[in-house]
Design a protein around this ligand. Structure first.
Ligand code: FES
Ligand SMILES: [Fe+2]
Length: 410
């Protein structure tokens, strides 16, 4: 993010804090709870948003070198993604052409030959069928046209994108738009190193999981002993980019910037996090030295269940600093400054973040899901201070062909 934009966002947040105001959409909405429970809506969402929509698979360092691979089963099409010998990102249907068994079983690793466990047909990491055992018994098979089914895949500015349909249109520029694409490119996401994944499957609709990233109204309440210790809550910068948005809230460290010249202001200090919501299901959170990718998926069978993959990446510099800290060469004060409101380690900070999502936010989502399934609570409300929720649901409803959110009249 350029410095001028950082300063303008920080000023907006400081002004809200100084004046005791939050962001104000000037309108409140109500929404039927059926969207969280209805099987027909859930089926349409899966079809439109997941099975026939470009998906963000990960970041470049998920496939750090030729021979690396990852698999993904989260959006309905089993994916095998590889980095081939030329260093190119490739994506395939993870299904053997003989009788459909998965050729790669693990979530990630290194392999140049994928041997199907059933009858040992073998495929290269470019998808070519290169080995058919006992071919004299099996009969003639044209290897050249029986490789793994390839899917559209693009690596752009450190992000891996895939389309779940072989003939799907993968237009990342059209999906993001130039302004957002340029802003994301400036983070150099491709240099961040994969650090780990936490999978959370819980009884809440995928949109309820997404909604927990849609306001800061709850920070000082629900998260008063966790994230609320580091961030003020009740303040928000929001910028929409078509169906996507940028969402920034102030950390308590923003107060220190007031004594510094603007030229030295750093959004990595003054913001609790900078979060990009990428339609339909991605929350991409960038902090100094780390990036957290939250990918949220509906359960294929149950509208009231979802899985979130929380994937953490660290910069090399952050990992080096952490290693020095672990070895006792430096202390957190030496890295962050004596008054910095940061946790003791990157890993610990991420653990706090993950457990906050699982044990606080998603617990609320499970309560919300139960209320919606009961059928007695037919509507919920979104306040003037929750415009990102307006944006999520306005977009979803528009794409699903549903009527717009209904305003609450005073
Ligand atoms: S199903 Fe893969 S080798 Fe038979
Ligand atoms: Fe939260």
């Amino acid at each position: 993010m350029n410095h001028e934009l950082e300063v303008s966002i920080l000023k907006e947040l400081m002004e809200q804090l100084d004046e005791g105001k939050n962001i104000d959409a000037g309108v409140q909405y109500k929404m039927p709870t059926t969207g969280y429970v209805c099987p027909q809506i859930a089926a349409k969402e899966r079809e439109l948003f997941f099975q026939n929509h470009t998906q963000l698979l990960g970041l470049s360092q998920d496939l750090p070198s030729p021979g690396s691979y990852i698999t993904n089963d989260d959006f309905g099409t089993p994916i095998l993604a590889t980095r081939d010998k030329n260093g190119d990102f490739r994506a395939f249907l993870n299904a053997c052409r003989h009788r459909g068994v998965r050729v790669a079983q693990e979530n990630r690793g290194r392999k140049t030959l994928f041997t199907c466990p059933f009858h040992h047909w073998g495929y290269s990491n470019a998808g070519d069928l290169i080995n058919v055992p006992d071919q004299e018994h099996f009969g003639v098979i044209d290897k050249s046209c029986n490789g793994l089914i390839e899917l559209p895949a693009v690596e752009r500015d450190g992000i891996l994108w895939v389309h779940p349909q072989p003939d799907g249109e993968l237009d990342v520029d059209g999906l993001l738009g130039k302004t957002l694409a340029d802003e994301l490119a400036a983070y150099d996401l491709g240099s961040l190193i994969y650090a780990g994944t936490k999978t959370i499957t819980k009884d809440l609709n995928w949109k309820l999981a997404n909604d927990t990233f849609g306001e800061t109204y709850h920070f000082g309440k629900l998260h008063k002993d966790t994230l609320g210790q580091l961030n003020y809550g009740n303040n928000l910068h929001l910028k929409e980019f078509g169906p996507h948005h940028r969402f920034v809230t102030a950390s308590k460290a923003i107060d220190r910037l007031k004594t510094q010249p603007e030229s030295e202001w750093d959004i990595g200090v003054g913001a609790g996090f900078v979060l990009y919501y990428l339609f339909p299901n991605i929350q991409l959170i960038v902090n100094p030295g780390t990036c957290t990718l939250v990918k949220i998926y509906p359960d294929p069978e149950r509208p009231g269940r979802s899985t979130s993959q929380i994937v953490v990446y660290f910069s090399q510099a952050a990992m080096d600093a952490q290693a020095d800290q672990d070895a006792g060469k430096v202390t957190p004060d030496m890295i962050y400054g004596a008054n910095e409101d940061r946790g003791p380690s990157l890993a610990a900070t991420m653990e706090i973040f993950n457990s906050t999502i699982e044990q606080e936010d998603y617990l609320m989502g499970e309560y919300q899901q139960k209320s919606a399934e009961n059928g007695l609570l037919t509507e919920i409300m979104f306040g003037r201070n929750e415009p990102a929720l307006h944006h999520f649901h306005t977009t979803f409803r528009d794409r699903l062909g549903q009527p717009p959110l209904e305003k609450i009249s005073a």
